[in-house]
Design a binder for this molecule. Sequence first.
Ligand code: ADP
Ligand code: NA
Length: 340
Amino acid sequence: QFKELVFSGVQPTGNLHLGNYLGAIKRFVAMQGTHDCIYCVVDMHAITVPQNPGDLTRQIREVTAAFLAAGIDPKRHIVFNQSQVPQHAELAWVFNCVARLGWLNRMTQFKDKAGKDRENASVGLYAYPNLMAADILVYRATHVPVGEDQKQHLELTRDIAQKFNNDWAESIAAHGHGEAFFPLTEPMIHGPATRVMSLRDGSKKMSKSDPSDYSRINLTDDADTIAQKVRKAKTDPEPLPSEVDGLKARPEAENLVAIYAALMDTTPDEVLRQHGGAQFSGFKASLVDVAVTKLSPVADEMRRLMDDPGHIDAVLADGSARARALASETMDAVKDIVGF
Ligand code: ADP
Ligand code: NA
C-alpha cells in the first residue's frame, strides 16, 4: 500500500561530527539510488534547548551544506528545513494527543538531555519524539536511516502510527484510506559505526554537545586537527586482535576499528584481517590517512558552499515548497479523518 519513501533529519545544533556523518549523512547519500528521499534540517528540534538566533541561521546553512557536499542531490530528492513546512507542527499537535505520557516517560534521550534539572527542561524537549514522529509520518515515509541512538524514538513513531490507525479506524476506512492511514516506518540501522563513540570515553556516544573538543572529529576539521584528535584518542595497551571477538570489552578499540571500517565501506572483520597484531600507534596513523582522505573533500566543498549563502537558501526554498505540497496532502486527509 505504501510506496517506499525515505525520510531523515539532522539538527542544526553546530559541531556536525563523524558520528552524524557515518550514522546518518553517509547513509542518506547511499539511499538515493534506490529510494525517493526527503532530507530535513530539523531546526524546530534545535530550539528545544536555547539557541543564539544568528548561530542557528548559520548552522541551518551548515547542515544543508554538509548534505550537498556529501553528495545529496537536491533536484532528484528533497532537501529543506522543517520550520518552512508548518504541517510538521500541525501534525505534531495531533500526535501530542495520540501519544501517552507513559510512552514519553520511557524515552532515555530526554533523561540524558534534561540532566538533573528536569523541572527546568522545556516542554518541547519532552515532546520532541512526537514532533519527530510527525516529521516522518507527514510524508508517510516507510524507511528512516538513522544511528542507533534514534532507535527508541523510531519505535515510538511506530506506536503513534499504530494507535492513530486504531483510534480512527472507522473514519480512515470511511474516507477511503483502507485499513491503515500511516505506515509502520522501518528503521535502517546496520553496518559498522551505527553508534560512533566518543574518542575520549568508549562508554559515551560521540555528540555535538560533549564539552571536550577531543571527544569528536568535526566534519570541518582540517587534516592536522584530525591527526591530533586521533593520536590523542583513548586506547588500551594491547595490540589489535585478529578477529572481532577479541574486541569484546575493549570499547575504545572496537570504536576505532568500526570507524575505520565505515569510512572504508568494509567490515570490522576485514579491517582486522589487515591490521590484526598491529600496535595502536601504527593503526592510528592509517586511520588518520583514511579519515583525512574521506573527509577533506567534504569539508572543502562545505566551505565553498558556505561562501554562497544565497545559493543554500535557494536550495532550501525550493525543497520546502516541494515538501509543503506533499505534507499538505497528508494533513488535509488527517483533518478529514479526525473530523476538523
Ligand atoms: P546529535 O545526536 O549529535 O545531536 P542529531 O540528533 O542531529 O545529532 O542526529 C543526527 C543524526 O546523526 C541522527 O540520525 C543520529 O542517529 C545520528 N547520530 C548522532 N550521533 C551519532 C553517533 N555518535 N553515532 C552514530 N550516529 C549518530
Ligand atoms: Na541524536
